[in-house]
Design a protein around this ligand. Structure first.
Ligand code: FE
Length: 333
């Protein structure tokens, strides 16, 4: 047993610690819009009393701002989408690892940086969308098969400038090597029915309108459009079920290198990987929880289950530069 004076000292420390904790706040720089993050942060504040301030902007200026602030950092956390972007932040040296058994337990290793600089929070599949009027699902099989002759003049793609397509291409390079991937991408480009699109929603609308028959999109764009228009003549198809599975990417979060509130930030991230937060966070954007113990929303579950590629998503970052060069060579604008 501790002498009485030590007990008091320990008690005082505990009380002081609790008071300091309650006064804590966490500052998040987010490239995700307010409506996708506010419900999660509000729930955390309600549960813990910790205030969360957030600033939203595009990921590039946010990362530059963290870099420029350096040791005078105001942001504790960077929240963004795509492993390609998170990997960029890691390369810029603006993040630091979070060592946490809770995060390691909640989120599979393939959805985290091996450096522990960031972790995935929600998942989105980048999959095939097809016209229910002009395509039978039996005609579809793999991403690779969209390069076949029978899709000539029938394929729609989003621009190669979007990180989502760079990440998809990066994982193709990891799987097939550069030469075969270039052949596949050239096949896709040859099969285009029209110029590339600036976003996935316009692409889905083009399939619906008959401008093309198939395309590659992130699942939540389909979810949003389908909610607006339940008669949408477009469905999702899960490719590569006989081999590596569907390409999956994520939204994720990392602790900034000079975070002013690192402990409070760590607690928030741990909480965000748990059941309550995962349900809200994935639900608001019709994404899949990154924590496999948490079920997706009813809307998302209605798209059916699929086998996902088990490739570590950080490959998207590691091979990003290679992917951009390859897409350019293949004529994907
Ligand atoms: Fe998006």
């Amino acid at each position: 047993m501790l002498p009485r004076k030590h007990v008091l000292a320990a008690l005082a420390l505990t009380l002081f610690g609790t008071a300091a904790q309650a006064a804590d706040e966490v500052v998040v720089y987010s490239s995700r819009i307010d409506e996708l993050i506010k419900p999660v942060f509000d729930a955390y504040t309600k549960e813990t009393g910790v205030k969360i301030k957030f600033i939203t902007d595009k990921e590039a200026p946010l990362m530059q701002r963290i870099k420029a602030e350096g040791k005078n950092a105001t942001a504790d956390l960077l929240l963004t989408v795509d492993a390609g972007n998170l990997w960029q932040a890691e390369q810029m040296g603006i993040l630091q690892p979070i060592k946490s058994d809770i995060i390691d337990k909640n989120i599979p290793a393939q959805y985290r940086a091996s450096s522990h600089d960031w972790t995935g929070l929600s998942l989105r599949a980048r999959t095939i969308a097809y016209s229910t009027d002009r395509v039978k699902p039996e005609e579809l099989s793999t991403y690779e098969a969209l390069a076949d002759k029978n899709w000539e003049g029938r394929l729609c793609l989003r621009t190669a400038k979007k990180v989502y397509n760079q990440s998809l291409t990066a994982t193709l390079i990891e799987t097939h090597g550069e030469q075969k991937t270039e052949e596949i991408i050239k096949g896709w480009v040859n099969n285009l029915s029209t110029d590339v699109f600036s976003d996935d929603t316009a692409l889905l609308q083009a399939i619906n309108a008959g401008q093309c028959d198939v395309g590659i999109v992130n699942t939540y764009y389909y979810g949003r459009l389908h909610k607006e228009n339940p008669k949408l003549a477009v469905k999702l198809f899960w490719p590569n079920q006989a081999d590596r599975g569907v390409h999956v990417n994520l939204s994720g979060i990392g602790l900034t290198k000079y975070a002013p509130h690192p402990e409070a930030a760590k607690k928030l991230v741990e909480w965000m990987t748990g059941e309550h937060a995962q349900k809200i966070f994935a639900g608001v954007n019709q994404e899949f929880p990154a924590n496999p113990a948490v079920a997706p929303s009813e809307e998302v579950a209605a798209w059916g289950t699929f086998k996902a590629d088990t490739i570590p998503v950080e490959v998207a970052g590691k091979r990003q530069a290679e992917a951009i060069r390859l897409m350019d060579r293949a004529g994907w604008n």
